[in-house]
Design a protein around this ligand. Structure first.
Ligand SMILES: *Cc1c(COP(=O)(O)O)cnc(C)c1O
Length: 487
């Protein structure tokens, strides 16, 4: 007798068992977030745990319960710490409990957001339009969700480049351009912009890094002169990139003025709003980013100050046609139909680099509905007030020194004790930061301003409370004094 071949699937063999495990995972996850304050912000991963990640390829099954236990033991406890109330490193968000459920639900229905006629695309269209409304761009503006602002900046600069090209740059490449294109931003612009221009084929030399004033805002006089000089030299100015919140100090360029310069010079106006685009939601500070609504394109991050779980960013482009013309390429196997699943006029894959795309829109849609945007606006105001409070605490301590004006929510400072040379203070503060991290008490990060190594606290944290700022100040004073004694 011939036996039937055994057909397998990846579904659980025992649904009730997996259901029980799933309930446990949700309980553990919520405990993890509810108790985040009780843990150290960060701690190093122990060597015996690190050793677990050099195992051979698992050919046989371990089972969901055992795999989950490995996650509990080896992964969950040794995290970056950015969910913690005293994490202020680099520039991140904390995530939220409901946002995490959003990621789970998105993975459950698991659509491919490259295109097609299904409702998940409506969710993303809706979310993109909400982002447009946040920054106040006109209704014709389109866009798409991307991994983060790096990719959003890349998308926007690709469109800016293509629309400025005098040749068919998609067919003939940048070598066909009669004049080299030039892009402008301040010296404080984020490194991802340079990377984008390098990858778009213009080279980092196409990127003019314009001087800033004492508040780290772009000097618009220097910018205007640079544009004129490039024209005189036979180059073609293409785009000006405004910073809505620089990564070093949170400086916001004069966006309205940059918009006016771009109009006068007929240049594309792009805003890197990774940090600050969402300040447009904050009732007490939205005037800081006034002018952003005039941009031709904006990159914004939803996983930073809006705390959507990583990854979530948005590229907004005012000229939908130019956007589509940059990325749309429709081979036979992706032709859009009139009816059925393959219909739908706009496929997101026509507006970006990715074909297969995840349903990141769902966690955004759910989170916006959960809290309402007014609350996000209040939280942004709260963080800005906390940053100003922290700057005050620094100013009140003669052993500390504020290193840059606080425009938004980033505070750069250092321990100076009774003084020292630049080299001495740099060495001291570098070691001080490492010790802070190792103590697990607080995680600021660092930057260097005019050769001075600074501690840098980016207050984009919905869990931070006023008392946490005092904890930081005390830890810095304690650590700094100890290092000064040893020196
Ligand atoms: C974080 C950041 C970026 C890059 O965004 P990602 O989300 O990390 O890709 C770009 N510009 C600024 C100002 C940023 O703060």
């Amino acid at each position: 007798m011939k036996s039937e071949p055994v057909e397998e699937s990846l579904d659980p063999e025992d649904w009730p068992q997996l259901r029980a495990l799933a309930h446990r995972a949700v309980d553990d996850a919520l405990d993890y977030l509810q108790q985040v304050r009780d843990r150290k912000v960060w701690q190093p991963t122990p060597p015996e745990v690190l050793a677990r990640f050099h195992a051979p390829l698992p050919h046989g099954p371990q089972g969901a319960a055992a795999a989950y236990q490995d996650f509990r033991d080896w992964v969950m406890p040794w995290q970056m710490g950015n969910t913690h109330p005293r994490f202020w490193g680099w520039y991140m968000g904390n995530g939220t409990a409901f946002g995490a459920l959003g990621d789970f639900l998105a993975a459950t229905v698991n659509p491919n957001m490259g295109g097609g006629n299904h409702v998940a695309n409506e969710v993303e269209t809706q979310v993109v339009d909400w982002c447009r409304q946040i920054v106040g761009m006109p209704p014709e503006t389109g866009g798409l969700l991307v991994s983060g602002a790096s990719m959003a900046n890349f998308v926007a600069l690709a469109v800016a480049r293509n629309q400025a090209s005098t040749t068919d740059v998609r067919a003939c490449g940048v070598a066909s351009l009669a004049k080299p294109l030039v892009f402008y931003a301040s010296t404080e612009a984020h490194s991802c912009l340079q990377k984008a221009l390098e990858l778009l084929g213009h080279g980092s030399r196409s990127f003019r890094k314009v001087a800033v004033d004492d508040s780290y805002r772009i000097d618009t006089e220097v910018l205007s002169r640079a544009i004129a000089a490039d024209r005189d030299a036979g180059a073609q100015p293409c785009a000006v990139i405004g910073n809505a919140g620089t990564i070093n100090t949170g400086a916001v360029d004069d966006l309205a003025k940059l918009a006016a310069i771009c109009r006068r010079e007929k240049l594309w106006f792009h805003v890197d709003g990774a940090i600050g685009a969402v300040v447009a939601l904050a009732p007490n500070h939205r005037q800081l980013v006034q002018g952003i609504e005039k941009a031709d394109s904006v990159a914004l991050d939803l996983h930073k100050w809006l705390h959507i779980p990583f990854e979530a960013g948005c590229a907004l482009v005012r000229d939908r046609q130019a956007h589509r013309a940059t990325f749309s390429l429709t081979p036979d196997y992706l032709k859009h139909a009139q009816r059925g699943l393959a219909s739908g006029a706009d496929w997101f894959s026509d507006y970006g680099l990715q074909l297969t795309r995840g349903f990141r829109a769902l966690k955004v849609w759910l989170s916006f509905k959960e809290h309402g945007l007014d609350k996000y606006g209040r939280l942004i105001d709260q963080n800005i007030s906390q940053a100003r409070r922290l700057a005050e605490l620094v100013r009140e301590e003669p052993e500390l020194e504020l290193m840059a004006p606080v425009c938004l929510n980033i505070v750069c400072f250092r321990f100076r004790g009774t003084g020292g040379t630049q080299a001495q203070l740099n060495t001291l503060n570098e070691e001080l930061l490492i010790r802070l991290h190792e103590s697990g008490v607080a995680v600021p990060s660092y930057t260097t301003l005019s050769g001075n190594y600074c501690l840098r606290a980016a207050l984009a944290n919905h869990r931070t409370r006023a008392a946490d700022l005092s904890v930081l100040i005390e830890a810095v004073l304690r650590g700094g004094r100890e290092l000064a004694r040893q020196a």
